[in-house]
Design a protein around this ligand. Structure first.
Ligand SMILES: Nc1ncnc2c1ncn2[C@@H]1O[C@H](COP(=O)(O)OP(=O)(O)OP(=O)(O)O)[C@@H](O)[C@H]1O
Ligand SMILES: [Mg+2]
Length: 213
């Protein structure tokens, strides 16, 4: 059932991301063009207004950036265009802004993974990084993606205070861990989480290459 919810949620995210990017983004751009025209109109007759139009233009520019950021959060475009490595580095960059410690991401640029696997790895990394940032009290978070000939491994490790992962799996408290398991299951990935009070937390997802693939 969770998988159905995930699919619906992803479809909805994509729809909202497009709407934000295409429609709202265009309205804001159109308003910017009108301001350009207004500035040309009034620059001789009322030069004091020109400064005001620049102020409004700056506010509009801020809104355009915010729409871009939001639409990216909802639907990580670079995954399709630039690939998983770039997408994960962007993600780490965004999470770094809300993490006072050291957050590093090591990922190769080019990876030959099916789109469904890339998306699942990306969505799991989002949840794992969120958890490490919000709950671990860590000073260091490392995300490492390794692509070998036989297997691809994604690891998110933090040096925080850890938690009883087994108990949490039996009795989930939030949505993050069940979501990670469902993403993994849906894309044929192995999901493991190793943690205990007082220990590092390691989330590891592996994808074995099918023989002959
Ligand atoms: N890296 C971590 N370090 C310490 N505790 C963690 C870590 N990851 C998860 N936990 C613990 O496991 C609990 C469940 O995590 P989960 O992601 O399922 O839910 P949540 O983060 O509380 O809520 P949600 O993900 O729905 O916003 C967390 O509340 C936290 O107590
Ligand atoms: Mg969580």
């Amino acid at each position: 059932m969770l998988l159905g919810i995930i699919r619906e949620r992803d479809a909805e995210r994509t729809r909202v991301a497009r709407l934000l990017h295409d429609e709202i983004g265009q309205v804001l751009s159109a308003a910017g063009l009108h301001l350009d025209a207004l500035r040309l109109d009034v620059q001789d007759r009322a030069p004091e207004i020109v400064g005001r139009t620049w102020e409004i233009q700056n506010i509009l520019e801020g809104a355009v950036q915010q729409v871009r950021r939001l639409s990216y959060e909802l639907c990580p475009e670079p995954l399709e265009h630039a690939g998983l490595g770039v997408g994960l580095r962007h993600l780490a960059g965004r999470r770094r802004q809300s993490f006072p410690g050291q957050l590093t991401a090591e990922c190769p640029d080019s990876l030959d993974l099916p789109p469904a696997v890339s998306l699942a790895l990306f969505r799991i990394a989002e949840q794992a990084l969120d958890n490490a940032v919000q709950h671990s009290g860590a000073t260091r978070i490392r995300l490492v993606l390794r692509a070998g000939r036989r297997r691809t491994t994604l690891e998110i490790r933090d040096n925080g205070h850890g938690f009883d992962a087994e108990r949490m799996r039996r009795r989930p408290r939030g949505l993050g861990l069940p979501l990670m398991e469902s993403y993994a299951q849906g894309a044929g990935l192995t999901f493991e989480i190793a943690s205990a009070p007082g220990q590092d937390t390691i989330v590891r997802i592996t994808k074995d290459r099918a023989p002959g693939a």
